[in-house]
Structure formats: C-alpha cells, structure tokens
Ligand binder design. Structure first.
Ligand SMILES: *Cc1c(COP(=O)(O)O)cnc(C)c1O
Length: 390
C-alpha cells in the first residue's frame, strides 16, 4: 500500500480498527459450541438491523451471491417476475432472471429517478402471472433511494412477494422489514455494516416467503434455503468464520452507537456534501438522494474518470466513478463506513483542488465552507464507532 489511503467508496468501506483487528484473533471451529453461540449472538443483533423477527440465512459470498440465491430459491424456470431497473443493480436482477430462464417484466426507471409506486401497481395489474417483485432499497449506481414502504404497500395489495436488495442501504437508511411487510431482504457485510467483503445475508420475514421457497425449489444444492434453515446456527457448510467474528465486533459497535445516531451521521455527511456541491456549481445527480453515497454530476468539460484518478493518485482518496452510461459523468462519495468529519471535509477540499487542476473554475474553500456550515449547524458530530486501534 502507498501510505495513507481513505476509502470513501460505496463498498467496500472503511472498517473500524476494532473490526479489522478482530479478524486477526484465533477463530472458533464451526462445529463448536463457541461458534454456535457466536452465530446466535450475531443473529440477535443483526435482526435489530434488519428489523425483523424472521429468519436470517448466512452465506460466504458477496452480495450478488445472495441475490442469486433468492432467484433460485423463490423462482422456477418459465415463471414470471417483475424487476425494477433504475440502475446497474436493478439490471442485475434482470440478468439473474435471464440466467435462470425466468421471464422478467422490467420496470425501467430513468437513471437517477426513484421508481414510482403507481407504476409498479400498473405493471402488476398488466401481468397477473408475475407475483414476485425484485427491487433495491438504495440503487447504489445512481445514489438513489427507493420508497420501499410504498412499494411494499403496492405489493401487499396485489398479493405479490417483495424481494429487496438492501445490500448498500441496510443500516444506512430506514427499512422496517416486518412493519412494512417486506418479505425478503438481501444484505452484505462490506457496506454500512462496516465489515470486510465476503459475507451476505438473506432475511425471510414472512410465512409467504417460505411457502414460495417450498413451492419453487429450483435445483440448487449449496444455495438451498431449506437446508440453510435446518442448520440455522451452524450453517450447513464451512462458513466464513473470521468474517463472522469481525461482523460480530462491528455490530457491537454499531448498536452501541445506536442505529438512529449512525443514520443521522450519514445523513449529515450527505447534506454537507450536497451543500458543498451547490456552492461549487455541481449538480447532485439523483432526484431522490439517500445517505449511503452522493453522486455528483461533473461539469461538461471535466471527465469524472480523471477526477476519480487524481483523487486516488495524488491524495490517496478512493471515491467511485459512474458505471455504464454514467462512466465519466459522475463521481460517488460514500458516507457509510468509519468516516470522520475531518476525512469528509478533507475529501471535499481536495476535490476543489482536483477540479481546478482539470480546468474548472471554482473559488477555493467555497464548497468546504458550506459543508462546514452544515456540520456546525448540526451541532458537534459525535465520534464514530472507531476506537483508533486502542
Ligand atoms: C454492492 C451492491 C451489490 C452487490 O455487490 P457485490 O459486489 O456482489 O457485493 C448489489 N446491490 C447493491 C445495491 C449494491 O450496492
């Protein structure tokens, strides 16, 4: 590694020192009582994050693995489904459906906009055979939050099952799985849960979801939800034990800080970033931004890819660029993870330097001043979960 680097990408994120160090500790054998107790304790805490009393299944895979697991456990080849696609991750649901011979009716949402619940209701009415809806809580590629409470209402009215990819949103923006009647929720370790990548989760909160698993049961061995449920606190195969140890450490920190407090911090960072953008004459890309990350449209003659590269190469700061048609157009600055206010302000400050270097004229300090004003108005920012390695 080339010296000090900052990770302000929407996955993976900066993990607190205590979480990083937990990965170095000797770990329990996965058939031991200690492991069983560890997983029970994680489960107890993770249910508070997922906001469900349902069943959470654990997989040694990145988020996409758990998405695929949902597709193969809930659907059968030839069946119909509805997929909300307003960005790269919504499109991934469509690609998964295609891979398994499922006929997906795509609700194409313009990138940067949120899906409108009425449109989902219409599509469900047009396709009475399609009774499973796949969507995201936060479409990370466009930095857009969807109104899952309203979508869940539409699904309930239509008698459809709702599957939500909350991989980036879980722990960062509100999601009331049980109270809103969301049937299935997918999460992963390496975003707002502040753990290294490699773990993913599927929460099944309703009886309906399990009935659909029983009925569908596509041929899959490793991903079989029924087998995973039978071996709930042991997992049927070797789990990613050291990542689970780290997740446990992270959840302890997150719950001690308080989920509402954490969300307020992310929200404050998002507001500060938007205020800085406005002062610099930059547009916020999304029409319905959320606290996971903020996408900023770069000025017409500035290549966003170069902004990302200069931030990384000159300053060791990792932000994300745009994907697919947004490549070269936007940069995405993450707010989740173990990020201090000084790291955010520093990033916004050197962003000004980089923009000027690339020929964009803005007054030095203009963005930072507005961001600082937001932070000051919000009152003293509480310390993050990080213990600085102590
Ligand atoms: C990160 C992310 C994923 C999955 O990514 P993996 O690289 O497989 O972990 C899926 N959906 C959303 C919304 C994401 O942000």
């Amino acid at each position: 590694m080339k010296g000090k680097e900052l990770l302000l990408t929407p996955g993976p994120v900066q993990v607190p020192w205590s979480v990083a160090l937990a990965g170095a500790r000797p770990f329990p054998h996965h058939r031991s009582q200690d492991f069983n107790e560890l997983l029970r304790s994680i489960d107890h805490k993770l249910k508070q994050v997922f906001r469900t009393e349902g069943t959470i299944l654990y997989f040694a895979a990145s988020g996409t693995g758990a998405m695929e697991a949902c597709m193969v456990n809930l659907m059968r080849p030839g069946e119909q489904a509805i997929v909300v696609a307003g960005g790269k991750f919504g499109e991934r649901w469509d690609e998964l459906a295609q891979a398994f011979g499922i006929e997906a009716h795509v609700l194409a949402v313009p990138w940067g906009e949120a899906v409108r619940p009425e449109e989902l209701a219409e599509l469900l009415a047009q396709h009475p055979q399609a009774r499973t809806v796949f969507t995201a809580l936060f479409e990370t590629s466009t930095a857009t939050a969807y109104d899952i409470e309203a979508l869940a209402q539409v699904c309930r009215t239509a008698g459809a099952l709702l599957v939500v990819d909350a991989i980036s949103g879980l722990g960062a923006i509100p999601l009331e799985t049980d109270a809103w009647g969301v049937d299935v929720v997918v999460g992963a370790s390496h975003k707002a849960l502040q753990t290294p990548p490699g773990l993913s989760f599927v929460a099944l909160s309703s009886e309906r979801a399990w009935q659909q698993v029983e009925r569908a049961g596509m041929a899959s061995y490793y991903w079989d939800f029924r087998r995973a449920k039978e071996k709930l606190f042991f997992t049927p195969y070797t789990p990613a034990v050291s990542l689970l140890v780290q997740l446990n450490e992270s959840l302890i920190g997150l719950l001690a800080e308080g989920l509402e407090c954490i969300r307020a911090r992310y929200e404050r960072y998002a507001r500060a970033t938007r205020a800085a953008a406005q002062a610099l004459g930059l547009e916020v890309f999304s029409h319905r931004p959320g606290a996971v990350c903020t996408a900023l449209q770069m000025p017409p003659n500035v290549d966003a890819t170069q902004v990302v590269e200069l931030l990384r190469e000159r300053y060791g700061i990792w932000v994300a660029g745009g994907q697919q048609q947004l490549k070269g157009q936007i940069i995405r600055i993450a707010h989740v993870g173990d990020i201090t206010p000084q790291e955010l302000i520093g990033t916004l400050g050197v962003l000004e330097l980089v923009l000027r270097e690339l020929g964009y004229s803005c007054r030095l300090g203009a963005g930072v001043a507005q961001a600082l004003t937001v932070l000051e108005d919000a009152g003293p920012t509480p310390a993050t979960a990080s213990d600085g390695g102590k």
